[in-house]
Ligand binder design. Structure first.
Ligand SMILES: Cc1ncc(COP(=O)(O)O)c(C=O)c1O
Length: 317
């Protein structure tokens, strides 16, 4: 039998501490290894396969699109892209979208958008405030945004223009805001940082502060979006609306995608400001459309709310 683990060690950069399991197949909440051993999958592709592995509706959409048109570049109009953009806008508080391929990439896009906003409307303000223990991705700029020194240390010097302040400390955010600030960027519930929730009133206070200062509130909903908090978007749980929101992970149930969404007033990109070769291609958008439509029509957020309220049995007794 092929020793896949040995081969991986030979060829792949050692960036991951992997479990000694080689997965070959998935269906619903289960995955199988090369020896046909079955596992219940609590990872879900790291918050990606919210509808389960190889969901038939998503698989059908991918199959059909793969037989029709995969890639055109963004120099042309494509119908799946427009369908997905429309569905996202119809079911959120935001009016414009931009598609890319991953979470880090759309967070970069959101920061670029905020900087364009700062240049155009805030006298050149460029700085983005983020919080400690956050996670926004692995690119250099998102490493600077991510408020975790252990991730930043190996890559110093990092791109300038980010300030990390203490999570759940509204006064620290206020004090860090200056004439150079164009946005505050946060996760609603910190995911990678350890499922850390905000204190009561934190987000409402931040929303009011952003309004008062005229700066943008960027919500990174890459983990909290797609129904995981019990509503389609996490912001609905906190009674606020973002100016900019980023999505990835669960939107495509396994096909790479990322989205920057913005309110009309924050949608300041003009042709040439930003782009992507693969972003928003017909395959990713067909998968995203099928996934999002299924999530909405089958009240998957309601199911998350229901199962999220289950309490653990007392395993000691
Ligand atoms: C909140 C949050 N933002 C951004 C990212 C980065 O996404 P990606 O790995 O697709 O670049 C992650 C990934 O775990 C995340 O949880």
């Amino acid at each position: 039998m092929t020793n896949w683990i040995e081969l991986e060690k030979k060829y792949y950069m050692p960036t991951f501490n992997r479990y000694p399991v080689t997965l070959v197949r998935g269906k619903g909440a289960r995955v199988w290894d090369e020896n046909n051993k079955q596992y219940l999958d609590f990872f879900g592709g790291l918050a990606v396969t919210g509808l389960g592995h190889c969901h038939p509706v998503v698989t059908a959409a991918i199959t059909e699109q793969a037989q029709t048109l995969l890639q055109t570049s963004n120099l042309y109009y494509t119908i799946p892209q427009i369908h997905l953009a429309e569905l996202l806008v119809q079911h959120s508080c935001l009016q414009k979208v931009f598609f890319a391929n991953s979470g880090a990439e759309v967070n970069e896009g959101a920061v670029k958008l905020a900087r364009r906003y700062g240049k155009l409307k805030l006298n050149g303000a460029y700085e983005v405030i983020t919080v400690t223990n956050s996670f926004h991705g692995r690119t250099l700029a998102m490493t600077a945004a991510t408020g975790q020194p252990k991730m930043q240390e190996p890559y110093q010097p990092l791109p300038a223009g980010f300030k990390n302040v203490e999570f759940n400390n509204f006064d620290a955010l206020k004090q860090a805001t200056g004439f150079q600030t164009c946005a505050i960027m946060l996760e609603l519930v910190q995911g990678e940082g350890g499922v850390c929730t905000p204190t009561e009133g934190y987000f409402k206070a931040i929303r009011e502060w952003c309004d008062q200062k005229g700066i943008l509130l960027i919500l990174d909903e890459i983990q909290t979006g797609m129904g995981r908090l019990g509503t389609l978007w996490g912001y609905e749980q906190f009674g606020i609306e973002p100016d900019v929101m980023t999505l990835a992970k669960g939107l495509d149930n396994g096909v790479p995608i990322g989205v920057v969404m913005a309110k009309e007033r924050a949608s300041v990109f003009v042709p040439g400001d930003h782009g992507s070769t693969f972003g928003g291609n017909p395959l990713a958008c067909a998968a995203g459309y099928a996934t999002l439509k299924y999530i909405i029509e089958n009240d998957i957020p309601g199911n998350a709310k229901k199962v999220g309220s289950y309490s653990l049995p007392d395993w000691k007794s």
